[in-house]
Design a binder for this molecule. Structure first.
Ligand SMILES: [Zn+2]
Ligand SMILES: [Zn+2]
Length: 375
């Protein structure tokens, strides 16, 4: 239960600068800001910032997850499950009770978290899931719309390349602990109660490494740069987080790896905007096209164009839908929403001026007179 020991020692609330009663929203907000301020991409080579970033991520990994936060709060209050007593702190903290006869055992078991772990058979050496790892990815607008497969370059905890994660020096093997037979815990029968406490010989790991790997000093995990192939689905939105199962830090003692969480940033496009799965675009048209109607070319995101037919009397600012030319995902087909802007020329030549003057002369009721007439 290395994680719980770490939990007990670390004040994640302090790391994120929030109170213990902070709401989930406040915690996420504090985390986002700190992660942004200390992100390795913006502080290349700054070890202190990277360390801070890791610390903040670890804190959020726990406090950002309701179930984990609850567990963390309990560990902070009651002490870790199985095996950690502060020197001199006598008593029951840190032990599991295996009691058969009445409800007392269940009560105590739950109090110390045994219930959640589904039995106390390996209190000190339970498989521990690896930590989630966070990364950010900036995408072009078209790539975000269509999705892409890309390689993320990140630095995180990963399986040690020297020992392949065993923690033992290459050419040697970790050996099963003879004291606990690999269980990581030893039982101590005291009449009615049977205590199980973590094995001292192997520190609860169940194995003993005589020759630790020089690369990871026996942990099986090293912090190193690595490349991860990621499939980003079509239609990802700015700020959206994508969870890639099992691509995070490796688990301990046979536990599953954590996930890789990719926060996507989508760069704006100079022509197109987004409204959910719909794309938006503004297209200038002449007064004649708007008044008389006609076919206009409308650009699409893939670089081609479609023809939009305007009815005579199309108003400036009116919106028109081109079906199926928005963001297309397996579940949604978005449309392209075209806003028509009637363009007023800044300069007229003599011929144009004469034509507009003729139009003015032929206009019997001005829109403004109509407006005034109503008031
Ligand atoms: Zn190693
Ligand atoms: Zn042992």
């Amino acid at each position: 239960m290395a994680a719980q020991r770490e939990w007990y020692e670390k004040d994640y609330y302090k790391v994120l600068g929030v109170s213990e009663t902070a709401t989930a929203k406040d915690i996420t907000k504090a985390y986002r800001k700190l992660a942004r301020d200390n992100h390795p991409d913006t502080h290349p080579g700054d070890d202190a910032a990277e360390e801070r970033f890791k610390e903040v991520s670890t804190a959020y990994d726990v406090l950002g997850d309701d179930a984990k936060r609850k567990e963390y709060d309990e560990v902070r209050k009651y002490g870790p499950v199985g095996g950690f007593t502060r020197d001199g702190a006598a008593g029951q903290q840190g032990y599991n009770f295996n009691v058969g006869a009445d409800g007392l055992g269940d009560l105590l078991g739950q109090m110390f978290g045994r219930g959640r772990r589904g039995g106390g058979s390996s209190a000190g050496a339970g498989p521990t899931r690896g930590a989630d790892v966070e990364a950010t990815l900036t995408l072009d607008f078209p790539d975000a719309a269509t999705g892409l497969t890309t390689t993320l370059h990140l630095t995180s905890d990963a399986q040690c390349t020297t020992c392949g994660g065993s923690g033992a020096r290459p050419g040697t093997q970790p050996k099963v602990c003879s004291q606990c037979g690999g269980r990581g815990v030893v039982d101590d029968n005291q009449g009615f109660f049977s205590f199980s406490s973590p094995c001292r010989a192997c520190a609860g790991n169940g194995v003993i490494i005589d020759n630790p790997c020089p690369g990871c000093r026996g942990s099986g995990v090293e912090h190193r740069p690595r490349d991860v192939q990621a499939r980003i689905p079509a239609g990802v939105a700015d700020g959206q987080r994508i969870r890639l199962k099992g691509r995070g830090a490796p688990g301990r003692n046979g536990g599953p790896p954590g996930d890789l969480i990719v926060e996507c940033h989508v760069a704006p496009h100079k022509l197109f905007g987004r409204d959910g799965h719909n794309l938006t675009v503004r297209v200038p048209v002449t007064f004649a096209e708007a008044a008389l109607g006609g076919d206009i070319d409308v650009p699409t995101l893939d670089g081609s164009s479609v023809v939009l037919r305007l009815k005579p009397g199309t108003q400036s600012g009116s919106r028109h839908r081109v079906k199926g030319k928005g963001i297309v995902t397996p579940k949604h087909t978005g449309d392209l929403i075209v806003t028509v802007d009637v363009h007023v020329p800044a300069h007229l030549n003599a011929e144009q001026r004469a034509a507009v003057e003729a139009l003015a002369a032929a206009t019997t009721v001005s829109p403004r007179a109509r407006l005034e007439g109503r008031s």
